[in-house]
Design a protein around this ligand. Structure first.
Ligand code: GLA
Length: 355
């Protein structure tokens, strides 16, 4: 049977962190890094998948309809076929070859890009007629209900609906997505902190629970319905819930202000919002680390930089930098080198992709 090829990008969130599972706003964009798959249907129910990036690993096999967690990359593939169980009679087994340039565990959505690439390949191989939004929602179910990472909808939405020349303004409450052009005079850089993270584990889950508890105390369905005018109400919450809620409320306001700044091409305001967002993640949501704070300071101190902040789930991963067009390559190298020298960690420029 014919081979089908598909790919999906990694993403970086510009602003709007830990707002998605609170019914709030986000502003991610995609990166020139991607996961590519080649899928060849075969008769029967067996899926045989291998990664070109893990040449020493044996081909992983599973049966459609008998997916079971293995705590390995194959779970993202199993998650997608598991989430497609209502269409089980429309798909057959397949051979899958995967390769990716999205680094793992850096907060750049390597998992969502794999899920979306697999779902796109299945969509065209078996004529499933899923829209990009259907694919995003399917992949989100794969991640939360099968893989078991209690994440929000942002990553799957932007990996499925986004592109590199736009930021995607997302509303998690309505699932509306609007493309906002990125200003011509701005360029995006990403620097890795050398600290890895995992969202299936502890702290992400704890933050999510804290937000749910805060919403329940305040008698609202989710924190995203609150605005800056509601800030005085947060004083009734026990610590640290009031700080967690304050982050979500102020971060949502910062996303709206960032959309306006992008529309006006005002990178100075956008840069200031980035720094405020980082401070809120550091002090109120407490998902940064002293080394990552240092990385942000070093980036923000560069004359070509408008702003910088920790991006993604936190507790490790990468920093997103916005800077003058044409300067991102040198800025990210300068920042990574300064960071490695100060902290002894392995700072690396990830975007623009080193040549
Ligand atoms: C991870 C999750 C997203 C989102 C971010 C934080 O990337 O996958 O759903 O919650 O963290 O903004």
């Amino acid at each position: 049977m014919n081979e089908v090829r598909a790919s999906a990008p990694g993403r970086v969130n510009l602003i709007g962190e830990h707002t998605d599972y609170n019914g709030g706003y986000m502003l991610p964009t995609t990166l020139p890094l991607e996961t590519s798959v080649a899928l060849t249907p075969r008769s029967g129910r067996t899926v045989a998948a291998r990664s070109l990036d893990l040449p020493s690993e044996a081909t992983a096999e599973f049966e459609i309809g008998r997916e079971a967690q293995r705590r390995s990359w194959i779970d993202y593939v199993q998650g997608v076929t598991w989430a497609l169980r209502d269409h089980a009679d429309q798909i057959s087994g397949f051979d899958l070859v995967v390769t990716s340039t999205v680094p793992i565990g850096k907060g750049l959505s390597s998992s969502a890009s794999l899920e979306v690439a697999v779902a796109r390949a299945l969509n065209s191989a078996f004529d499933l007629e899923m829209t990009d939004l259907d694919i995003a929602m399917l992949c989100h179910r794969a991640e939360t209900d099968f893989v078991g990472a209690p994440v929000g909808i942002m990553d799957q939405m932007v990996c499925s609906l986004g592109d590199v020349t736009h930021a995607l303004f997302l509303d998690a409450a309505t699932l509306q997505a609007e493309k906002i052009p990125l200003p011509e005079h701005m360029e995006i850089g990403v620097v890795d902190s050398g600290l890895s993270h995992s969202h299936a584990s502890g702290e992400y889950r704890t933050r999510r629970r804290e937000c749910e508890e805060a919403a329940a105390h305040l008698n609202v369905p989710w924190l995203g319905v609150l605005t800056i005018d509601d800030l005085p109400r947060l004083a009734d919450l026990r610590p640290p819930l009031h700080r967690r809620a304050r982050h979500v409320v102020t971060e949502n306001a910062r996303v709206l202000a960032s959309v306006e700044a992008l529309r006006a091409g005002d990178t100075a305001i956008l840069g200031r919002l980035f720094l405020e967002s980082h401070a809120s993640m550091r002090d109120d949501f407490e998902i940064s680390t002293p080394d990552i704070d240092r990385l942000v300071e070093i980036a923000a101190g560069d004359t070509d930089v408008f702003g910088a902040r920790l991006t993604g789930g936190g507790f490790g991963g990468a920093v997103v930098i916005i800077c003058a067009r044409g300067s991102a390559r040198i800025v990210t190298h300068r920042t990574a080198a300064g960071y490695s020298k100060t902290t002894g960690r392995d700072g690396r420029a990830l975007v623009p992709v080193p040549q």
